[in-house]
Design a protein around this ligand. Sequence first.
Ligand code: HXC
Ligand code: NAP
Length: 233
Amino acid sequence: MVQGALKEDALKGKTILVTGGGTGLGKAMATYFSELGANVIISSRKIEVLEATALEINSKTGNPVVALGCDIRNIDEVGLLLQKSIDRFGKVDVLVNNAAGNFISLTERLSANAFSTIIDIVLKGTANCTLTFGKHWIKTKQAANVLNIVTTYAYTGSGYVVPSAVAKGGVLTMTRSLAVEWGKYGIRHNAIAPGPFPTKGAWDRLLPGDLAAKFDFKNRVPLRKSRRSPRIS
Ligand code: HXC
Ligand code: NAP
């Protein structure tokens, strides 16, 4: 087992909700939080995927992992997500806004609905979760943490994924804004910007067909030596 950065039971007694926690990076984070003793809630649209992941993590760590279906584009569903989380664990200490949608496309080929779909998931979905949980924490005077998952192109912009770049830039600005505005309530805001990870969700949509082989990282290493990271499901 890889040695993690934090000591055993570092998250004991904490409840952490990861949106998009059934797959990819969300699943990897949820697993590590559970290994560190946290109560974990994973949510997304596909309940059967979530339930399989919850079972897998729980059988590995022995700690509670709850799967809750929720489309973060729907504010009523997000309200229910909060309610069910409180019913199960009494409180939520950390919200990880990880759920996202993306695809590669020439921007001039995008329909208005294609553009809106990504903005609705990434920017407005993150806002729905942050507002719903934030209002609850302020009302109940609970200190809490929000971790937003952005990308390196939230800072730089990027062609061919323009709706995602615009939305992630918005999430980064929201992170910085609320870190200041809600700091007085003890609600911390942070964002992390991972580099490219070969998750199935990202690779199928960003490097479809033969693009994955064509842009394989190892071809960019001058000595052609690579330690490929395992593909995260
Ligand atoms: C152009 C596309 C398209 C594509 C969909 N659309 N795919 N347009 N190119 N490849 C258009 C459709 O034609 C439609 O517009 C509109 O987008 C909505 O499509 P739906 O399929 O109805 O949307 P929905 O079922 O809500 O699914 C959302 C989705 C899907 C984003 C399209 O891929 C999804 O569920 N993704 C979730 C997981 C994900 O994307 N993970 C990757 C995150 S990776 P019209 O006009 O026809 O109605 C990531 C990496 C960042 O973020 C950084 C990497 C370095
Ligand atoms: P992923 O496995 O596809 O994860 C995205 C998750 O979001 C899925 O579990 C999906 O589950 C969920 N989701 C999508 N739309 C949703 C909605 N409307 N409501 C609720 N959940 C929804 O991809 P990933 O690579 O792990 O990405 C995770 C995060 O890391 C994203 O924020 C992504 O932008 C970021 N990131 C990834 C990379 C990379 O290279 N992989 C790099 C930088 C940043 P359902 O389909 O069940 O809803």
